[in-house]
Design a protein around this ligand. Structure first.
Ligand SMILES: Cc1ncc(C[n+]2csc(CCOP(=O)(O)OP(=O)(O)O)c2C)c(N)n1
Ligand SMILES: [Mg+2]
Length: 306
């Protein structure tokens, strides 16, 4: 069966402002899912709280609207209980990098095989435009009484430091390119993040479509760009260039895949080493009468008495 993008659209009324970048991101997700022909019954979309997190209502899948900042831990539980599911987290810069920042870091360290799509508009859209964690310092967007006095966090550098093994950046209104980035993120084995620059026409009157379109370009315009890292040695060689590109966010803003690590093991693979049979018969599909060994049993010979 070949699915079309419309097969992933629900009947729910989409509650976003006219011109919001979220429409572009949602459409790119629909198209990525369709091109990968993902069975909606094996797909789980998890959102936190925010305009962007409402995507869970608009995608035909098993969907969970969690609490603010907690989409990643809920999604991690889903994936670890049943690793054969495709798990995608949709949320805002505030949700994923502000209140949920600790969980964002933990996912990188764990390298669980799932995808995080950051709808990055620099503001808390749902609560009327306060400064979000990616809003550059000294910018005064229209809902702020004073310029932003806090520095911003760079989602790509944070993801790299945390251990994500796929890191990309897209633009909400470049539908085809964004669709390809989300597809590659879902296909990647390990924790993947796609930071999507998303104009918020209601509250971010500085980082507008025009502002972005003057600055953005694709890393792939340089035919020698190769973000794939296959060994620790290759990582050492390529890291300086990758970091230089991740830090570029002024007159020019690069888009595309910045980094893809293909050798790092996932948490699921680590669990399989500890508990043989975990992947072929994961907790979510085991009869309750046949649970996996209790973690204390697994570690009993390894405990060091002090
Ligand atoms: C514990 C808690 N604190 C604060 C809020 C209020 N709140 C709701 S959404 C939100 C931020 C949304 O910003 P972002 O995640 O960037 O999403 P956007 O609306 O911009 O898409 C905040 C602070 C909340 N719902 N729960
Ligand atoms: Mg936001």
């Amino acid at each position: 069966m070949v699915r079309k993008w419309i097969d992933y659209k629900t009947e729910a009324w989409v509650q976003w402002c006219p011109g919001c970048g979220d429409f572009g991101i949602l459409n790119a997700i629909y198209r990525a899912l369709a091109e990968l022909d993902i069975d909606p019954s094996k797909l789980v979309i998890v959102g936190g709280i925010g305009c962007s997190s409402r995507s869970v209502y608009y995608i035909k899948a098993n969907a969970i609207h969690t609490i603010h900042g907690r989409a990643i831990p809920v999604a991690s539980g889903v994936k670890l209980a049943n690793p054969e599911l495709t798990v995608v987290v949709t949320g805002g810069d505030g949700d994923l990098l502000g209140i949920g920042g600790g969980h964002f870091v933990a996912l990188g360290r764990r390298n669980i095989d799932m995808t995080v799509v950051v709808y990055d508009n620099g503001v808390y859209g749902l609560t009327k435009g306060q400064a979000g964690p990616t809003l550059p310092v000294w910018l005064k967007t229209k809902a702020l009484p004073h310029p932003n006095i806090q520095g911003s966090v760079n989602p790509l550098l944070l993801a790299f430091a945390a251990g994500y093994t796929f890191i990309a950046r897209g633009y909400a209104f470049h539908l085809n390119q964004l669709k390809d980035l989300i597809k590659a993120a879902i296909q990647h084995r390990g924790a993947a993040v796609v930071d999507v620059l998303q104009p918020c026409p209601t509250y971010n009157d500085i980082m507008t479509n025009e502002w972005y379109e003057k600055r953005i370009y694709y890393l792939s315009e340089d035919s020698s760009w190769d973000p794939v890292v296959r060994s620790p040695q290759e990582l050492k060689e390529k890291a300086p260039k990758i970091l230089e590109k991740m830090m570029e966010f002024e007159d020019r803003i690069p888009l595309g895949i910045f980094y893809q690590n293909t050798y790092m093991e996932t948490l699921e693979e680590r669990l399989e080493k500890l508990m043989p049979g975990y992947l072929s018969s994961p907790p979510g599909r085991r009869p309750v009468t046949k649970p996996l060994a209790h973690p204390f049993e697994l570690f009993k010979d390894k405990v060091v008495q002090v």
